[in-house]
Design a protein around this ligand. Structure first.
Ligand SMILES: C[S@@+](CC[C@H](N)C(=O)[O-])C[C@H]1O[C@@H](n2cnc3c(N)ncnc32)[C@H](O)[C@@H]1O
Length: 256
């Protein structure tokens, strides 16, 4: 499949942003290894992925591969995929520095050049599942997972999505747009991101062969700090969920 128009835009955007993104957030991402979201809540606390030792893991939108490096160090066989070659350059450098070997793939999560049922876990933390069209990326994740495999992804909540004041480029405490109609933000900065109403997420998961195991609504601890405070303030995120992690199980095939 050819790159979709929004994937082409996001590729240009992330190629342009990669250096400043890594300069601004790379230290937080590398220091708190396996930390979910903008407040780096430890995986050891949330237990979303569980025991990864010996598992085949695909990170969709791996950026600088900080997560894949952490998981590899826990004994997972990781593959990092990203739509931006510039982000992958940072990933390559970090993987070399860690003395590891992690295959990296330059492709969109909407059409992954890998065989069916290759992975036990497909996941991302504000990665491709935020920037790819869910109608393409969710079935694609299902295709890549073995029966019984886990899809987990952290992304912006619909609440944050509709409270974000685009004119002022900051979060607000008022509803700014339609919950039902606002699904794609084709931002003036050049990025394109997606969100769905809850009922539609659930319908899409079921249609794609997933069972919902959990929805983790992230609330930062009272003293949490973050390099992403231009996206959400600590005060806002203490009162409302800005990020959520879906935890989904690919349904096992019925035995005949
Ligand atoms: C906000 S960054 C997050 C990366 C990493 N998880 C982190 O926390 O730094 C989003 C990443 O998703 C990638 N991305 C966006 N759209 C994608 C797509 N369709 N397929 C694969 N990767 C994509 C971007 O290139 C970027 O590296």
């Amino acid at each position: 499949m050819d790159l979709t128009e929004h994937a082409r835009k996001n590729r240009l955007y992330w190629d342009r942003q990669a250096a400043s993104y890594q300069a601004e957030h790379g230290a937080q991402l590398a220091t708190v290894a396996l930390g979910w979201g903008v407040w780096s809540i430890p995986e050891s606390e949330l237990c979303v992925l569980g025991d990864v030792h010996g598992k085949d893991v695909l990170e969709l939108g791996c950026g600088g591969a900080q997560w894949s490096i952490g998981l590899k160090q826990l004994g997972a066989q990781c593959v990092g995929l990203d739509n931006s070659e510039r982000q992958l350059e940072f990933a390559r450098e970090a993987i070399n520095e860690a003395g590891l070997s992690i295959p990296l793939i330059h492709a969109s999560a909407e059409a992954v050049p890998l065989p069916d049922e290759s992975f036990d876990i497909v996941f991302c933390d504000h990665g491709a599942m935020s920037f790819a069209d869910p109608a393409l990326s969710v079935p694609e994740a299902a295709r890549l997972l073995r029966p019984g495999g886990l899809l987990a992804f952290n992304a912006e909540t619909p609440l944050h999505f509709i409270c974000f004041d685009k004119a002022r480029d900051r979060i607000s405490t008022k509803l700014q747009s339609s919950y039902f109609d606002e699904r794609v933000v084709d931002d003036q900065d050049g990025s394109v991101s997606f969100s769905l109403p809850y009922g539609e997420w659930i319908g899409l998961f079921k249609k794609s062969g997933f069972e919902i195991e959990d929805l983790v609504e992230i609330r930062p601890p009272a003293q949490a700090t973050s390099t992403y405070r231009d996206w959400v303030s600590h005060e806002w995120a203490r009162s409302w969920p800005a990020e959520q992690i879906w935890r989904l199980r690919r349904v096992k095939r019925a035995t005949s």
